[in-house]
Design a protein around this ligand. Structure first.
Ligand code: HEC
Length: 196
């Protein structure tokens, strides 16, 4: 009897462990989708980081803004086209208005802020859920993007006046400034349609 009980408990623990993100779906039916989303984020982030690093080193900050402006949207489109997922970045304070969150994303970003306040590391915050829209089901996944030191050159509180000027001219509605290290700069957001 005792043995059965503890076996049950072990099983329960396992099933909880197998859903590492706070999705509302039952069981672990979406483990493969989560794994795929994580791999896509890794790829996409590596491409973005690579471009940024290269531009900062070769061109300096002001010119790197132009490079981000031109290349980030292309890298985003490419990541979506080759994966069949919709892959993008979003934030509660956007620079590119195209990155503005939809209602679901804004809610998840709010939750990320709360979970961070409660002590979770911004490096590991993620969330997934199956949502329905216009009669179709979608698997949606988000992973937080923490602010690092290098990000402050273009997203920090004190910007070089030349940097601020360049940002003003390309992004007259820019909200993505005033961040400090460890803040949530935004999140990767992925979605794909599910079969009925
Ligand atoms: C050289 C300046 C520069 C640096 C450094 C920089 N960014 Fe950005 N960032 C930009 C520009 C420009 C955009 C808008 C790109 C576009 O038009 O799609 C942007 C957009 C973003 C977005 C998309 C959401 C939005 O606001 O439109 C995120 C997320 C982001 N940056 C995170 C970071 C992080 C994290 C770092 C540090 C690892 C960083 N950035 C470093 C210039 C920079």
């Amino acid at each position: 009897m005792n043995l059965q009980l503890s076996a049950g408990r072990v099983l329960l623990c396992f099933s909880l462990l197998s859903v590492p993100v706070g999705g509302v779906f039952a069981g672990d039916a979406h483990d493969a989708d989560i794994a795929e989303a994580r791999a896509l984020v890794k790829d996409y982030a590596t491409r973005l980081k690579g471009e940024l690093k290269h531009a900062l080193k070769e061109e300096g900050v002001v010119q790197a803004i132009e490079t981000c402006h031109l290349k980030a949207p292309d890298i985003t489109t490419e990541a979506s086209d080759k994966s069949g997922w919709n892959v993008r970045r979003t934030s509660l304070k956007v620079r590119n208005l195209e990155d503005a969150p939809d209602k679901w994303e804004a809610k998840v970003l709010d939750e990320f802020e709360k979970r961070k306040e409660a002590g979770e590391s911004p490096k590991t915050l993620e969330y997934s859920e199956v949502v329905e829209k216009e009669g179709k089901r979608y698997f949606r996944y988000m992973k937080a993007i923490p602010t690092r030191e290098v990000c402050l050159k273009c997203h920090g509180r004190k910007l070089d006046p030349k940097v601020a000027k360049q940002l003003d001219s390309l992004y007259p509605f820019d909200q993505a400034r005033g961040f400090k290290v460890g803040d949530l700069r935004g999140a990767f957001s992925l979605s794909k349609p599910l079969q009925k």
